[in-house]
Design a protein around this ligand. Structure first.
Ligand code: ATP
Ligand code: ATP
Length: 220
């Protein structure tokens, strides 16, 4: 019986996106097997990453020879060539890789990737664009949206919450958001409690439905 390499992650395609992904995974302590068909890219990244091999990921035989069937997680980071990305995902699905992540560059591309077997489709340009839009137009400093109508944001505290305890102000009743953490000026982040009193310059971590978090961040 084969044993899956549950710790390691395979990254296919060392373009701008793939190389940042592979480096971050390495920094997080994961073993990375990086694959690119371009020998110049392979040479460029060999000193930085654990294992970099040259192979064409659209050839299922090559993927099999590299032992990809034993990996639990593979990311297809190829972007520009829809054909190469789709064929790579198809091959990985044929090998039985349980967690295939794939990068899409358009809505149509995303739909094809999901149809041929990618469990997780990432769309970095769309996701980053959406996130940055929130950061520009509201008091948000950081923002993560979860699919099931839930969001967490780092927000500059609105004036309406200054000077009284969170218990008295009741942000859940009033705005529908839960204050999870608070950072008073010059202090570190702490869990928010009933007796927390905010001052000008405070920063909050709030969670709630997407609409309520956005409305809260738009308060002055
Ligand atoms: P990025 O935006 O991440 O720089 P890109 O869209 O500009 O990517 P792509 O054409 O997607 O560029 O290529 C990303 C990397 O994937 C390149 O290094 C390329 O050599 C590699 N790549 C493309 N096709 C394959 C393939 N069939 N097998 C392996 N690697 C591939
Ligand atoms: P993305 O990764 O967001 O697709 P890109 O790197 O592929 O971007 P860019 O060359 O950055 O492409 O161009 C993004 C958009 O900005 C294009 O629609 C382009 O026409 C426009 N653009 C580029 N230079 C200028 C300029 N000097 N003035 C106005 N618009 C510009």
């Amino acid at each position: 019986r084969r044993r899956r390499d549950t710790e390691g992650v395979v990254v296919i395609g060392l373009g701008r996106f793939g190389c940042h992904l592979a480096t971050s995974l390495t920094q997080l302590g994961h073993e990375v097997l990086a694959i690119d068909r371009n020998p110049d890219r392979v040479q460029k990244w060999s000193p930085t990453l654990d294992r970099v091999v040259q192979a064409d990921a659209t050839e299922v035989g090559a993927l099999r020879q590299l032992g990809l069937a034993d990996f639990a997680r593979v990311v297809v980071a190829i972007g520009a060539s829809v054909e190469a990305s789709v064929l790579s995902v198809l091959g990985l699905a044929e090998l039985g890789v349980p967690q295939i992540w794939a990068r899409a560059t358009s809505e149509q591309h995303a739909r094809i990737l999901a149809a041929v077997g990618a469990q997780q489709v990432i769309f970095p340009e769309a996701e980053t664009g959406e996130r940055v839009a929130h950061l520009i137009v509201s008091r948000m400093l950081d923002y993560i949206e979860f699919g099931d109508d839930f969001a967490i944001a780092k927000v500059r505290a609105p004036e309406a919450l200054f000077g009284r305890t969170l218990r008295e102000l009741g942000p859940i009743d009033r705005y529908g958001v839960m204050v999870v953490g608070a950072k008073l000026p010059g202090e570190p982040f702490r869990y928010a409690a009933g007796d927390t009193v905010l001052a000008p310059g405070s920063i909050l971590i709030v969670e709630g439905s997407i609409e309520q978090v956005q409305r809260f961040a738009a308060l002055t």
